[in-house]
Design a protein around this ligand. Structure first.
Ligand SMILES: *Cc1c(COP(=O)(O)O)cnc(C)c1O
Length: 419
C-alpha cells in the first residue's frame, strides 16, 4: 500500500498546522503511522490521495449514520443553497428542526442549536450551574465531553490516545471545579455527594461511553445517577453527542429508559455538517438568554445548510425506523466470535475490540489493553482496506451503508491477523 502523496501532504501540513491535523487523533500518532489524506467518500467507502480505498468504520467519528453522500442529505443541502448560506436571523427551518428533536427525544422540552458538541456540553454545564447556583461538576474518567476547559480532566478520546492526563492551558482553579470518578462506580458518586452534595451543580455522563472505546453502562448505573441527582438537587446531563440517534432514535436515554434533565446532541444530528444542540427541562432551559440570565450565543448557530442536512438525516431515520435493526444486525455480525485475548464491547452500532481478555467496564480496565498489539492490528486492517479508528480508546461505527459483503471482508481480514 502506497501513502506517498499522503506523506508529502503531511509534511506540508506540519509546517502550517500543528501536528499537521485539525484534531489530534487524526494524526495517527498512537499507531505510529501516516494518516491517509482522504479525497472522497461514497456510502461505506472512502478513498485517499494515493487512490487506496477503504471500508470506513470511523464515519467521521460518528455523524455518518447513513454513510457518505446520502442522496437525501445532499439534496437537502442543495435546496438550502438556493436560498442562502447564513443569515444570523431566525428561520422557520430551525423551529421545525427543534420540534423534530423534541419529538424524538422527549426529555428535550426546549432546545438550543450550537455548532459543535464541545459548545453543547460547555453550554449545558453553564446552564446547570446558573440554574442551581452551584459550581462543582461530576464527570467520569475516560469520558470525553469535547475540549471544554473544566471537562478536560481525566478525559478520554485523544487525551487517552496520547497519554495526556490533564491538559496544559487549563487553570488549576477550573480543573478544581470538576470531580472525576470511575465510570460505572455508584459508591464513588455516593461518596462525592456525601462530601460535596450541596455544591454539586451537575453530573455529566456519556450514557454509553464511547471515548475510552465503547463501554456500556452497568445495570443500574444510570438509574442510580438519576436517583442521586434528584435527591440532591443536581442536574443530570446526558452527553449524547455520540449516542444520540445512534444507539436508538431517542438515544441512550430511550434505550435504557432514563430521563435526564439536560441532553447534548451533535454528530448524527448534523448529517455530516457542523451542528449540535443542548436542551432539556423547560424550567432549566428558560434560564438561557434572552429568556434568562445565562448567556450563550453563536454567529452561525442554526446555520441553514447544517440544519437542512440535519433535518434530512432525522427525516430519513423517522421514515425508515428499520435502519436501526439493520445497524444492529450488521454490527452484531462484525462483533461475533471475538478471538481469545480480545474483549468486544458493543451497543447497537458502536463497538470496540479491546486487546485484553478481561472485561472492560471503566477507564482503568480499558487501559489494561495491549495498545502495541492494537497498533499492529490497526495497520494490518488498513493494508487490507479497512479503516478503523487509529486508537484503542475510540469506538468504531457501522453505518446503514455497510453491506453484508463489507462486514464479511472485514471479518476475514481480522481472522487473518489472529491466525
Ligand atoms: C465528539 C464528542 C463531543 C465533542 O463534540 P465536538 O463536535 O467534537 O466538539 C462531546 N461529547 C461526546 C460524548 C462526544 O463523543
Amino acid at each position: 500500500m502506497q501513502l506517498t502523496r499522503s506523506q508529502s501532504l503531511l509534511d506540508r501540513a506540519r509546517r502550517v498546522i500543528p501536528g499537521g491535523v485539525n484534531s489530534p487523533v487524526r494524526a495517527f500518532r498512537g499507531v505510529g503511522g501516516v494518516p491517509p489524506f482522504i479525497t472522497r467518500g461514497q456510502g461505506a467507502h472512502i478513498e485517499d490521495a494515493d487512490g487506496n480505498s477503504y471500508i470506513d468504520y470511523v464515519c467521521s467519528w460518528g455523524p455518518l449514520l447513513l454513510g457518505h453522500r446520502h442522496p437525501a442529505i445532499l439534496s437537502a443541502i442543495g435546496d438550502a443553497l438556493e436560498t442562502g448560506t447564513s443569515f444570523g436571523a431566525p428561520t422557520e427551518r430551525e423551529v421545525v428542526f427543534a420540534e423534530k428533536i423534541r419529538a424524538a427525544v422527549p426529555s428535550m422540552e426546549m432546545v438550543r442549536l450550537v455548532n459543535s458538541g464541545t459548545e453543547a456540553t460547555m453550554s449545558a454545564l453553564r446552564v446547570a450551574r446558573g440554574f442551581t447556583g452551584r459550581d462543582l461538576c461530576v464527570k467520569f474518567e475516560g469520558c470525553y465531553h469535547g475540549h471544554v476547559d473544566s471537562l478536560l480532566v481525566k478525559a478520554g478520546s485523544g487525551l487517552a490516545t496520547l497519554g495526556i492526563a490533564d491538559t496544559a492551558g487549563v487553570p488549576e482553579s477550573f480543573a478544581a471545579t470538576t470531580i472525576a470518578l470511575p465510570y460505572n462506580s455508584i459508591p464513588a458518586v455516593e461518596e462525592a455527594f456525601r462530601l460535596h452534595g450541596a455544591r454539586i451543580a451537575a453530573i455529566i455522563v456519556e450514557p454509553v461511553a464511547g471515548n475510552m472505546g465503547c463501554v456500556p453502562p452497568a445495570p443500574g448505573f444510570l438509574e442510580s445517577l438519576r436517583e442521586l441527582c434528584t435527591r440532591h438537587g443536581a442536574v443530570l446531563i446526558f452527553d449524547e453527542v455520540m449516542t444520540g440517534f445512534r444507539v436508538a432514535p431517542g438515544g441512550a436515554q430511550q434505550r435504557y429508559g432514563i430521563r435526564p434533565d439536560l441532553t447534548t446532541l451533535g454528530k448524527v444530528i448534523g448529517g455530516g455538517l457542523p451542528i449540535a444542540a443542548y436542551g432539556g427541562r423547560a424550567d432549566i432551559m428558560e434560564k438561557v438568554a434572552p429568556s434568562g440570565p445565562v448567556y450563550q450565543a453563536g454567529t452561525l448557530s442554526g446555520n441553514p445548510l447544517a440544519v437542512a442536512a440535519g433535518m434530512a438525516m432525522l427525516d430519513e431515520l423517522a421514515a425508515n425506523p428499520s435502519v436501526y435493526d439493520v445497524l444492529e444486525a450488521r454490527a452484531a455480525a462484525l462483533c461475533a466470535d471475538p478471538p481469545p485475548g480480545v474483549t468486544v464491547n458493543r451497543v447497537g452500532s458502536m463497538f470496540t475490540f479491546f486487546f485484553t481478555s478481561h472485561p472492560v467496564t471503566d477507564y482503568e480496565s480499558a487501559r489494561r489493553s495491549d495498545t502495541a498489539k492494537f497498533a499492529r492490528f490497526f495497520h494490518h486492517m488498513l493494508e487490507r482496506g479497512v479503516y478503523l479508528a487509529p486508537s484503542q480508546f475510540e469506538a468504531g461505527f457501522v453505518s446503514a451503508a455497510h453491506t453484508g459483503e463489507d462486514i464479511a471482508h472485514t471479518v476475514a481480514a481480522a481472522r487473518e491477523f489472529f491466525a
